[in-house]
Design a protein around this ligand. Structure first.
Ligand SMILES: [Zn+2]
Length: 184
């Protein structure tokens, strides 16, 4: 969404650009303005999915306000629960093709030849924020800022937990099971 706003040169995009270029966290009030503008677009009229958002109690409570103002119902919140050992392995093992963006994992889904993409032979790179020391920091920030959201949404009765430590197929099946119960 940030990249989209920057690309379109909107007011918010111009405010967000220098912050992102410095590698800093975009403040909640700007994030929430961007979210509210995005939700006003026609393709969101019948619902939408956030991935990895909200990340803080502050964002979640502001999001509740936006949903109420815009006449949306209660959200369905899915906690994809994975042990930190598994997360470490998934994130630090992740490699991305520098040409086509294909994703590999050196432990669980390695390319046929070391460091090269199966599809186009592009070099595989590790994202800066997937380095072990950065992942450790990301997980600590998650525990501190984001973990409290499970209680927050549990109290609202909208939280579903899916064991995301399982295989892609099993997680997919569990997610479809959860979504079956939702009409719109
Ligand atoms: Zn590739």
């Amino acid at each position: 969404m940030f990249r989209d706003a920057i690309g379109h040169g909107t007011d918010l995009g111009r405010q967000v650009k220098p912050i992102m270029e410095r590698g800093e966290l975009v403040p909640d009030d700007l994030v929430m303005k961007l979210v509210e503008q995005r939700l006003a677009r026609p393709d969101c009229a019948h619902g939408f999915v956030f991935d990895g958002f909200p990340r803080t109690i502050g964002q979640a409570s502001q999001l509740d306000g936006i949903l109420a103002r815009r006449g949306f119902g209660k959200p369905l919140v899915i906690d994809l629960a994975v042990s930190s050992d598994k997360l470490m392995r998934r994130l630090t093992g992740r490699r991305m093709c520098s040409v086509g963006g294909e994703i590999y994992n050196v432990y669980d889904a390695p390319p046929k030849s070391d460091g090269k993409c199966d599809v186009d032979g592009g070099d595989l790179i590790q994202r800066a924020d997937d380095r072990p020391e950065v992942v450790t920091e990301r997980l600590a920030a998650y525990e501190r800022l984001t973990r409290p959201l499970t209680d927050y949404y549990q109290r609202q009765g909208v939280l579903e937990t899916v064991d995301a430590g399982a295989s892609v197929e099993e997680v997919g099946r569990a997610l479809r099971e959860v979504l079956k119960g939702v009409k719109s």
